[in-house]
Design a protein around this ligand. Sequence first.
Ligand code: ADP
Length: 256
Amino acid sequence: DDDISADEQVLPNVKNIIAVASGKGGVGKSTVAVNIAAGLAQMGARVGLFDADVYGPNVPRMVDAEEVPRATEDETMIPPEQFGVKLMSMAFLVGEDDPVIWRGPMVHKVLTQLWEDVEWGHLDYMVVDLPPGTGDAQLTLLQSVPVTGAVIVTTPQEVAIDDARKGLRMFGKHDTPVLGIAENMSTFKCPDCGGEHDIFGRGGGAKFAETNDMPFLGSIPIDPSVRTGGDEGKPIVLDEDSDTGDAFRVLTENVA
Ligand code: ADP
């Protein structure tokens, strides 16, 4: 049985475990997880980034991971590092292009290995990129690992907010504190006309946070350089000259 007894500590050398969650796919959850992890490392913290998005692990691409984990003699894995962030992802084990079609128990087994058999060392923060929704991976994590708090990522529009609400309930059921709400894909500042366009609406994340009595951690604009940064493996938070980088630095400080 994988259940942990009260006196057995999981990840004893990790001070804070931050789960980044979303109700819906495609809202920028992985992007937020990667930028928070890189931002925390930039602030001088010891950081691990655990890509638990078993069905669509794309963190290695987002950070341009050049190495894969190294196996040790006693069958543990040493995670590769990028920007001072230790990385672990399903993509290292199955390949990014192989579809994962496991059932719940397999997801549980593999996820468990990814924190038990990895030499994470001493970390101030482990940022966990959860898969979207409220399925097996989330349950496994919440039941097995002492999550310090969750960041819920949403876009401003109603459908995303509705799904975020379900995520909120899931954390509530497991007594996991929610650190707050991050709104992604907020206002787009048009470089041509200088105007602001609310492509997915405006203020939905802040309103959702207020209604549910939780902190609003910040909003990230729609910015093509977020996407190119993701595709090229250079998180925008590391770009000192970018306003969107500033927005991610604010978010990171509010999570820290
Ligand atoms: P999720 O993890 O929620 O499925 P991703 O982080 O993979 O979402 O983001 C989906 C796509 O949207 C990616 O190509 C990413 O680069 C892009 N993206 C995310 N946030 C932004 C943003 N604020 N501005 C522009 N593109 C973004």
